[in-house]
Ligand binder design. Structure first.
Ligand code: FE
Ligand code: FE
Length: 166
């Protein structure tokens, strides 16, 4: 698709995120299985449900824009997951692995936050308020997940990972 207008740009990024979220749905079960901390496992499980909702919201956005429900390959998510996989397969103590998993997951969340932040702003500029609301809801869930991961890292995992080293 040739991008000329802000609206074209929005459609392009929505399709990119549609693919990104679907890639994440495939990866999250492995992240759940790999996590040792029950807090971390629960956080990933919750985010799995939210991610399904994010896919659904993006379908709604494309519908509201009168566009076919079509994805565009998100190479950034593919790379983030590829790099993350090195961590998923680490042969290290459980807490160190959890710390690595959180770092990988937060990189993913930050990518999503940046994308939804731009999309939400553009939707507002274009006067597409129902779309802005849908994107804002997903953005808020990504931010909450990121904060929760920081909390788990600070309170549970890092303290234990540190103890392993001494
Ligand atoms: Fe998401
Ligand atoms: Fe996410």
């Amino acid at each position: 698709m040739k991008i000329q207008t802000l609206s074209d740009l929005m459609i392009d990024l929505v399709r990119d995120m549609f693919d990104a979220e679907k890639q994440l749905i495939k990866a999250l079960p492995k992240m759940v299985r790999t996590a040792s901390s029950p807090h971390l496992r629960r956080a990933f499980e919750t985010h799995m449900e939210e991610t399904k909702l994010h896919v659904h919201r993006l379908e709604e956005v494309l519908e509201l824009l009168g566009q076919p429900i079509r994805a565009k390959k998100c190479r950034a998510m593919q790379c983030l997951l590829d790099e993350g996989k090195e961590f998923f397969e680490l042969d290290a103590p459980a807490d160190v692995k959890d710390a690595a998993l959180i770092a990988a997951a937060q990189k993913i969340e930050h990518y999503e936050i940046a994308s939804y932040g731009s999309l939400r702003t553009w939707a507002g500029l274009l006067g597409e308020f129902p779309i802005k609301k849908l994107l804002g809801d997903s953005l808020a869930e990504e931010k909450r997940t990121d904060e929760l991961l920081t909390e788990i890292a600070e309170n549970v995992v890092n303290a234990n990972a540190e103890a392993v080293a001494h």
